[in-house]
Design a protein around this ligand. Structure first.
Ligand code: ARG
Length: 469
């Protein structure tokens, strides 16, 4: 049996050592070692808590804290030390190392506490720190959009629905639409961080701590805003992790939509953007290729992040109340989803910033006559024709002009009058891209004045978010 295995946290009532394969199967140290900084923080706070209730003397506490500091130093300086350990999990790793260092005193630290509360406390600490990093990355991404919206202000592009030409919009409006989605992601991330911000430490294995431990003091030491309310609930619940995974799933969904837009816009059929060399790759066979791999990988990885959310959701479904070992399966999907989403967000920010928008191509595409059919119908509405009737009239004109060189904007008034007597010489003026844009002044619309205001609002909103971060 392994050395760590011999110094298990639970050997007394067992006659036989665990099967080797089973021990490997149940160990989580390979991945929960990532919680080591939080474990050590928690251990220091617990030592302090035990001293306050006279379970540890001041001297004992000092010795334990010094040993914990030593573990931290060595772990940082010598990662191979962790690789060599066959501890069951991060909690076992620290306890067995402490015992190696301090003898029987190392065995005192676990008084009154359970790994069930430790693991969930450390997981919450991880998520709070992770959410803070994610916030920063999302803010940088939003900044990249707002900057591009300012740099390219005034440029029109075709707006589409169903991937068909719909109405002209400003490029800046398109860019701010993406920024807007990521603003909502900031709210979801903040919500998850707030759910995680309650400290379970001091709830025991499930029933509460049998020693008069100062739970509020522990929470404060560990940087939590509050303590959890119910001991049984505290060791059972993982909804805070689901909240974070949901926030990541939606964020990565938004990243995937952005990626799909960019892949399309970079394709020869659109030619709206030039892919930055720094975020593209070539083909091993075809010398001409520049591929949007950054965006494709972002789109691809978003499925994996949603998978992590579903994975934990399904793990939780069917569990009874209290701690069950199934809960050990909470960490790997969340760690992976966090790492991937953080990288996706950071790469997206860099790629958006470095993207060159091909303004001439965008303008040319914005002038497609198909984009002003709504303006044509609204022109008739302004002349007093009911909208449904105007829609029908313009529909007929769109049908009849198909295959002709010039659009109906160029028709002589006499020809227009055959469709409606309300057409007059001012018709073409109503059909310019600028006229179409300018009419959409209501807040949230694509009129240049509205978009200029939206940029200012986005900047103010960003500044407020940066203050919180
Ligand atoms: N490694 C476990 C986890 O990740 C924590 C240990 C609790 N184990 C136990 N047998 N109660 O959830």
């Amino acid at each position: 049996m392994s050395e760590a295995g011999q110094k298990k946290m639970w050997g007394g009532r067992f006659e036989h050592a665990p099967d080797k394969a089973f021990y490997k199967f149940e160990c989580s140290f390979d991945f929960d070692r990532r919680l080591l900084p939080f474990e050590l923080q928690l251990d220091r706070a617990w030592a302090l808590g035990l001293e306050k209730i006279n379970i540890l003397s001041a001297g004992e506490k000092k010795q334990i804290i010094a040993a914990l500091d030593g573990i931290e130093k060595r772990a940082l300086a010598e990662p191979a030390w962790l690789d060599a350990s066959d501890a069951e999990d991060v909690h076992h790793f620290v306890e067995s190392t402490l015992t190696d260092m301090l003898g029987p005193l190392g065995k005192k630290l676990h008084t009154g506490r359970s790994r069930n509360e430790m693991v969930v406390t450390e997981f919450r600490m991880f998520i709070k720190a992770a959410a803070a990093d994610m916030r920063k990355a999302v803010i940088a991404l939003i900044k990249a959009f707002v900057e591009q919206a300012e740099w390219n202000f005034g440029v029109a592009m075709p707006g589409m629905t169903h991937m068909q030409l719909a109405q002209p919009i400003l490029l800046s409006h398109f860019l701010l639409a993406h920024a807007e989605a990521f603003f909502h992601d900031l709210d979801r991330i903040a919500f998850a961080a707030n759910t995680a911000d309650a400290c379970p430490l001091g709830v025991g294995a499930l029933a509460g701590c049998a020693f008069p431990i100062d739970r509020r003091g522990l929470a404060e030491d560990l940087g939590f805003a509050r303590v959890t309310r119910n001991s049984l609930d505290s060791v059972s619940r993982r909804d805070f992790a689901l909240d974070y995974l949901f926030a990541l799933s939606v964020l990565s969904n938004h990243l995937s939509r952005l990626a799909e837009d960019m892949v399309l816009f970079a394709s020869p059929g659109f030619g709206f953007v030039t892919l930055p060399d720094e975020y593209s790759t070539g083909s091993s066979l075809m010398p001409q290729k520049k591929n949007p791999d950054a965006w494709e990988l972002i789109r691809g990885k978003s499925g994996r992040v949603a998978g992590a959310f579903v994975s934990l959701l399904v793990t939780m479904k069917g569990l009874p109340s209290s701690y069950q070992r199934d809960l050990q399966e909470d960490k790997e999907p969340l760690f992976d989803a966090h790492d991937q989403t953080l990288a996706m967000t950071q790469i997206a920010a860099g790629a958006v910033s470095a993207t060159k928008f091909n303004l001439a191509n965008l303008r040319k595409a914005a002038e497609d006559p198909a984009l002003i059919a709504t303006e044509a119908a609204d022109y008739l509405v302004a002349k007093g024709i009911p909208f449904r009737q105007a829609h029908e009239i313009i529909g007929k004109m769109v049908h009849d002009v198909e295959g002709e060189q010039q659009g109906y904007a160029q028709w002589p008034v006499e020809r227009l009058k055959k469709y409606s007597l309300s057409f007059e010489a001012d018709f073409p003026e109503a059909l310019t891209v600028e006229a179409a844009l300018a009419r959409r002044q209501a807040p949230g619309g694509t009129a240049p004045a509205a978009v200029r205001e939206a940029i200012a609002e986005a900047k103010a909103h960003l500044a407020a978010q940066e203050k919180v971060a």
